[in-house]
Design a protein around this ligand. Structure first.
Ligand SMILES: [Zn+2]
Ligand SMILES: [Zn+2]
Length: 348
């Protein structure tokens, strides 16, 4: 094993450097060493690169970004835990205390002691190696590529969104925003039984991809009034579940208007504004359920099964690849949405 490895370290806004850092060691807490092969560039990585903060996590010290990762096991502390060198694995990027009320009730994403990749000060996976706990690694079936393994992280968000949103068989849903999270939320809602999925976005290319992946209706908000289109398509009723996947206040406000009476508005995106104007009487008088979402819990096994069975397509979202040295450029590439990029993947 080499002593050092390359990693893409974020030092500050627009200042990411590919540098040599020590290769992590396996410990009783992080008992498996993984050679990283595929890491997706997430909106949150780009958000950190552009603003130096996301939600309540500010960048305080230089931190390796990247949390959507898959690779090969190279070293294990104890083979009795089920993994061996050579295994291909996907990495669930947040591990928890496993003892608190939330961990024990299956809602471990609410654990107060979570350690999450690339959530400063925890280093992420834009690196050649990562040491991680065996119980937050999942062996990939042969049918899944390492890129697909990396894509299971955003898919886990989509599956959790469909579950939190309470999608039921026969439902009509609206997905506002057709980036990677929107496209995976849409596919998850369909897998959960939604028979009608209306997707809106500003980019024609993303809407074409949405239609290919199962959207029954698409509406381009740069050309038409998407809200009117959704109300029209539902005969004025609105949708059972409206998913906000653009991370913007206007789409959150729109979601609150296009949900049917008694419907659900599921927040999936993370608006930069913490105190947006919310139409409270709309929520009260129409008995809307407005639901938050923070990462996911127990979503990796179903994510693997849904991709392996062909029910959900994650491979079509991967449009670009970059080497680890090119990671800083990839941040800007994704931020500026060059060349119709949907998901860029770094291959260390
Ligand atoms: Zn992500
Ligand atoms: Zn816990």
């Amino acid at each position: 094993m080499p002593a050092t490895m390359k990693a893409a370290v974020l030092h500050g806004i627009h200042d990411m450097r590919v540098e040599d850092v020590p290769v992590p060691q396996v410990t009783p807490e992080r008992d498996v060493l993984v050679r990283i092969r595929s890491v997706g560039v997430c909106g949150s990585d780009v958000h950190f690169f552009e603003r130096g903060i996301i939600g309540k996590y500010p960048l305080k010290e230089p931190t390796i970004m990247g949390h959507e990762a898959a690779g090969e096991v190279v070293e294990v502390l104890d083979e009795a835990r089920g993994l061996r060198p050579g295994d291909r694995v996907t990495i669930e990027p947040g591990y928890t205390c496993r003892r608190c009320e939330f961990c024990r009730s299956g809602r471990y994403n609410m654990c107060r002691e979570v350690v999450f990749l690339a959530a400063p000060p925890v280093h992420g996976a834009f690196a050649e190696y990562l040491a991680w706990p065996s119980d937050f690694l999942f062996r990939l079936p042969d049918a899944l590529s390492l890129d697909e393994g990396a894509m299971l992280e955003p898919l886990a968000v989509g599956l959790w969104a469909a579950k939190r949103g309470g999608v039921r068989p026969g439902d009509t849903v609206a997905v506002l925003g057709a980036g990677p999270i929107g496209l995976l939320t849409m596919q998850s809602a369909i897998a959960a039984g939604a028979t009608r999925a209306i997707v809106s976005d500003l980019e024609a290319g993303r809407l074409e991809l949405a239609a290919k992946l199962g959207a029954t209706d698409t509406t381009n908000a740069s050309e038409t009034d998407a809200e009117a289109a959704i109300m029209d398509l539902t005969g004025g009723r609105g949708v059972d579940v409206a998913f906000e996947c653009a991370g913007a206040v206007p789409t959150l406000q729109m979601a609150l208007r296009v949900a049917r009476n008694g419907g659900t508005v599921q927040i999936v995106g993370m608006p930069a504004e913490q105190h947006p104007q919310i139409p409270l009487y709309e929520i009260i008088n129409r008995e809307l359920d407005l639901r938050g979402l923070f990462r996911y819990a127990n979503c990796y096994p179903p994510a693997i099964a849904l991709v392996e069975s062909g029910r959900i397509d994650v491979a079509s979202l991967v449009t670009h690849h970059f080497a680890l040295d090119e990671t800083p450029g990839a941040m800007t590439f994704v931020h500026e949405r060059r060349d119709g990029v949907v998901k860029a993947v770094i291959r260390p």
